[in-house]
Write a protein that binds this ligand. Structure first.
Ligand code: BES
Ligand code: ZN
Length: 584
């Protein structure tokens, strides 16, 4: 049972969607139809779809004759139920529709908002429950469908999808198909001036022409990552693995759309220091896309497994030290963030009744989820745990699963059918906080940084610090380490020595800008504004606006910047910052 969908798949289930859309960049609208193929267990039942912010037109049967339909009351979070009365012989229906200005999944960008600033751009973001705002369908991760699509767009633009590309036909339309059953949140489309560069037979980069070579260089290890992943947990089952680098307003770091990960350009640091994002999205090809959370309460099954798997890929390709540094940073972040979460949000298996799936989004499903798996690995040993995970993926391939499914599988495969020993599953899965047996990685690289933090705390002498050869993760640890008790003059000294304000590494810049706001370090003001005007990644926006909003003058400044920047953000980021700033 999925409380975030109106669909009733036990009675009538959609098995395939066939999209036909025309993209109108002037009107900022997609217009066309979707044919839905049906499996009917209850012949008396209507087809119930999710639909939000769509203008629904004619609904017809396979023969083109109309079917009665009705749009239910609007729930501001879930949209409306679109109920279609079926005739006894109906095996499919076609719904004609167009998107509207309120279609949250889509972001239409003006040329100025792209990297090359020449052509407009469009991209979609489906997770968690936004696919219903661009396609009327059963928008639940418990319902898997195959799909195909015909996309028409202006000449000079190239559409790409989370699907196999069949190319452009005589009629100018582009065709796609996804033959493996996927949950609706993984249907994705982007369209703009984009070019392709291969990395290997099956891997490559899509990005705007002015950025594609830099992106290819940054992500040249992608094929090695896929091979490492396959060696760990079985074959990559999706054919190609490509990356699409989006314009900077993309609201997430990455999105694991099958065959084609969508990624923020903020990971292009020039030194591969942020490529764990690729390991993460790639790992979702197993945990998430192959084995999918059945409801959003089981979201940790997607993200916790993925972070664990990401770490294993990083370890295989870049070594244990790098992988463990990233873990250590994430755990510190979790512990800082946990304090601000309500108890229900600290639980892995969340009770989302009365909540939007987004309300459960935090470091908990990610980092606490991964720690749970790391703890199990510790308990049974790596060889047994690897075999366990591989079997989990193989036995549940192309299925949607719940936390209860995992518990049953754990009991059967790791604990010989008896109650688990050596770990309190109830505490890990159903209770708030971090259990005392949570593993705590400690790395030599970050221990060295701790010494410099101490030195800094004693002397406040930027020139006395021993930072030769430090990598991004060490700088991040350093900046977090000195955050307590820092002031404006210290920031000035550090900036003079290390030029943080002009850092081209968005992770470092993000922490630095937060410190700058806290200490009213005016020299970073212009950079902050520029960053907020350009980048739409929610993970950066939220803490920066939050930090600004802590003082009355900062709040005023936040609102002044947001008034200008808001139209440039995707609806997902707008929603979060609207709430934060109480924006009307
Ligand atoms: N699937 C998520 C993004 C997501 C989650 C979108 C929930 C909408 C709702 C993706 O795999 C992810 O976790 N992205 C992270 C990056 C990652 C390296 C932790 C992000 O966007 O920051
Ligand atoms: Zn993820």
């Amino acid at each position: 049972m999925d409380i975030h969908s109106h669909a009733q798949p036990a009675r009538v289930r959609v098995t395939h969607a066939s999209l036909d859309l025309t993209l109108d960049f002037e009107a900022q609208r997609a217009d066309g139809s979707v044919r839905l193929d049906l499996e009917r267990s209850d012949l008396s039942a209507p087809l119930v779809l999710d639909s939000q912010a769509l203008q629904i037109g004619r609904v017809e049967g396979a023969d083109g004759t109309p079917r009665e339909h009705q749009l239910g009351a609007l729930d501001p979070q879930l949209g409306s139920a679109l109920t279609i009365t079926l005739l006894p012989g109906d095996r499919s229906v076609r719904v004609h529709y167009r998107t509207t200005k309120d279609t949250q999944a889509l972001q239409w960008l003006a040329p100025e908002q792209t990297h090359d600033k020449r052509k407009p751009y469009l991209f979609t973001q489906g997770q968690a429950i936004l696919t219903r705002t661009w396609i009327p369908l059963q928008d639940s991760p418990g319902v898997r469908i195959t799909y195909d699509a015909v996309i028409r767009c202006p000449a000079g633009l190239t559409p790409v999808m989370s699907a196999e590309q069949l190319g452009q036909g005589q009629d100018g339309a582009w065709r796609f198909r996804m033959q493996q059953p996927i949950p609706s949140y993984l249907i994705a489309l982007a369209c703009g001036e984009i070019a392709f560069r291969p990395i290997s037979e099956r891997c490559g980069i899509w990005a705007e022409p002015g950025e594609v070579d830099a992106a290819r260089a940054e992500f040249e290890d992608t094929e090695r990552m896929v091979q490492a992943a396959e060696k760990l947990f079985g074959p990559y089952r999706w054919g190609r693995y490509d990356l699409l680098i989006l314009p900077p307003s993309f609201p997430f770091g990455g999105m694991e759309n099958p065959r084609l990960t969508f990624a923020t350009p903020t990971v292009l640091a020039g030194d591969k220091s942020l490529v764990s994002l690729v390991a993460h999205e790639l790992a979702h090809s197993w945990s998430g896309n192959l084995v999918t959370n059945a409801t959003w309460s089981d979201f940790w099954l997607n993200e916790g497994f993925t972070v664990y798997f990401e770490t294993r890929i990083m370890e295989a390709v870049y070594g244990t030290e790098r992988a463990q540094m990233e873990r250590q940073l994430a755990i510190a972040e979790l512990e800082r963030g946990m304090k601000e979460l309500e108890p229900w949000q600290q639980v892995l298996h969340t009770d989302l009744r009365g909540h939007h799936p987004d309300d459960g989004f935090s470091d908990v499903p990610y980092t606490k989820g991964a720690l749970f798996l790391t703890r199990l690995e510790e308990l049974v040993g790596r060889p047994r745990f690897d075999a366990f995970l591989r079997k989990w993926f193989d036995e549940h391939a192309f299925q949607s699963v719940t936390t209860a499914d995992l518990r049953a599988f754990l009991a059967r495969e790791l604990f010989a059918g008896k109650p688990a020993t050596g770990i309190d599953l109830e505490a890990w899965l159903e209770q708030p906080g971090l259990p005392a047996d949570a593993p705590r990685p400690a790395t030599a690289s970050l221990a060295r940084v701790d010494l410099e933090v101490q030195r800094w705390n004693k002397s406040h002498d930027a020139d006395a610090l021993l930072t030769d050869g430090w990598v991004t993760q060490q700088w991040l640890h350093f900046l977090e380490g000195i955050a307590e008790g820092i002031d404006g003059s210290s920031l000035r000294a550090l900036d003079a020595r290390y030029r943080f304000t002009s850092s081209g590494n968005c992770e470092i810049l993000d922490v630095w800008l937060r410190l700058s706001i806290r200490c009213s370090y005016a020299k970073a003001d212009a950079r902050l504004e520029e960053f907020l005007m350009q980048v739409g990644r929610r993970k950066y926006l939220e803490p920066l606006y939050k930090e600004l909003a802590r003082s009355p003058s900062g709040l005023e400044r936040a609102k002044a910047i947001y008034a200008k920047a808001r139209p440039r953000y995707h609806a997902v980021s707008q929603g979060t910052i609207d709430t934060l700033l109480d924006w009307k």
